[in-house]
Ligand binder design. Structure first.
Ligand code: 5AD
Length: 340
């Protein structure tokens, strides 16, 4: 295995069988994490990019079985931020030196393409790189949002396992999800995808195929996190995914896609107080502090423990900078595109 990992550091290839083996046992974890950290340093140096995450609506028409803001969750406070609130959050981030914002929401029909286009162009006037994470859209909608100035798009495949995908996503189709991802690449977005790790019924074989899918798509960003059972969802009583397995999927992704952007996700921190620091040592080079503002950052509850604190944009950015510093790394000063 040591030889195989040393070779992968140079070739950025691993066969499916080896990936499955690495996912199925803990004995090579140290070697794997060291290899991922080495590749991260080689391609991304010690720079960590901060993206300001604005969760602007938790209203969603979809009913994904794992998700704490799925349509059928009746006992959560639903909210929308208006354009002024979004711009105010972005403005505070700009004053802190942030160069990229991520607009994330449920699939909320209120935010039409025209409304989004207006928000995007206002953000572009602040000279920000704009990432969207607003779900499945038509080709034409993706095109219009790109023309409005959006630079990047995040849409996790969640799982490439067709049967599991269909079980987890009522009335959705994996073919449409794949169409969305291919559209985004074709339209010139920096395209992010990723998966949930530890879904009920997910095997190491299926996770290995997820990782190979990221490479096949040539994803520019990959976001991963452990599945965390959320209350009031059909999966509330299930066992969650482990941080260790999520870190391994991340490390393997870094090995195979050496130059992409990989965030240390909040789901990792929900499972371990130093989750994001651990992630930065296993291949991650991005952190995404929530800058939605005090009244909202605790309402976008995809899973429990997502945000223990209700804090201001300035505080979450300061905290992200502290994590970067404590990990012995440096905060990026650019927009942090893949090829920078
Ligand atoms: N546990 C972990 N991650 C979750 N997400 C949604 N629900 C959960 C959960 N219960 C993730 C999905 C989605 C991203 C925004 O949040 O992968 O793409």
């Amino acid at each position: 295995m040591k030889n195989k990992l040393e070779k992968a550091i140079l070739t950025h290839n691993l066969d499916e069988e080896t990936i499955i083996e690495l996912l199925s046992t803990g004995i090579y974890d140290d070697l794997l994490f060291k290899a991922a950290d080495f590749v991260r340093k080689q391609y991304k140096d010690d720079i960590v990019h901060i993206r300001g995450l604005i969760e602007f609506s938790n209203i969603c028409k979809q009913n994904c079985k794992y998700c704490g803001i799925r349509r059928d969750c009746k006992n959560i406070d639903r909210y929308r931020l208006d354009k002024e609130q979004i711009l105010s959050a972005a403005h505070q981030a700009v004053l802190k030196g942030i160069k990229t914002v991520v607009l994330q929401s449920g699939e909320d029909a209120y935010f039409t393409t025209d409304k989004m286009a207006e928000i995007i162009s206002a953000l572009k006037n602040l000279d920000l790189a704009v990432t969207l994470s607003i779900g499945e859209k038509s080709t034409e909608e993706y095109r219009a949002l790109k023309e409005a100035g959006a630079d990047r798009y995040l849409l996790r495949i969640e799982t490439t396992d067709r049967t599991l995908y269909e079980k987890m996503h009522p009335n959705m189709s994996i073919d449409n999800r794949l169409r969305c991802l291919r559209d985004l690449k074709k339209l010139g977005y920096e395209t992010g995808t990723g998966c949930l790790v530890g879904l009920p019924g997910q095997s190491p074989e299926s996770l290995a195929r997820d990782i190979l899918f990221f490479k096949e798509l040539d994803a520019d960003m990959v976001g991963l996190g452990p599945f965390i059972p959320a209350p009031e969802t059909p999966l509330a009583g299930e066992k969650g995914g482990s941080l260790e397995l999520a870190l391994k999927v991340m490390a393997l992704t870094r090995l195979l896609l050496p130059d992409i952007n990989i965030p240390a996700t909040t789901a990792m921190e929900a499972l371990h107080p130093q989750g994001r620091t651990l992630a930065l040592n296993c291949g991650a080079n991005v952190v995404m502090p929530n800058i939605s503002g005090c009244n909202y950052s605790n309402k976008y509850a995809l899973y429990p423990g997502k945000s223990r604190l209700t804090v201001s944009p300035v505080q979450t950015i300061d905290y992200a900078e502290k994590i970067i510093q404590n990990a012995g790394r440096k905060t990026g000063t650019t927009k942090g595109f893949r090829n920078e």
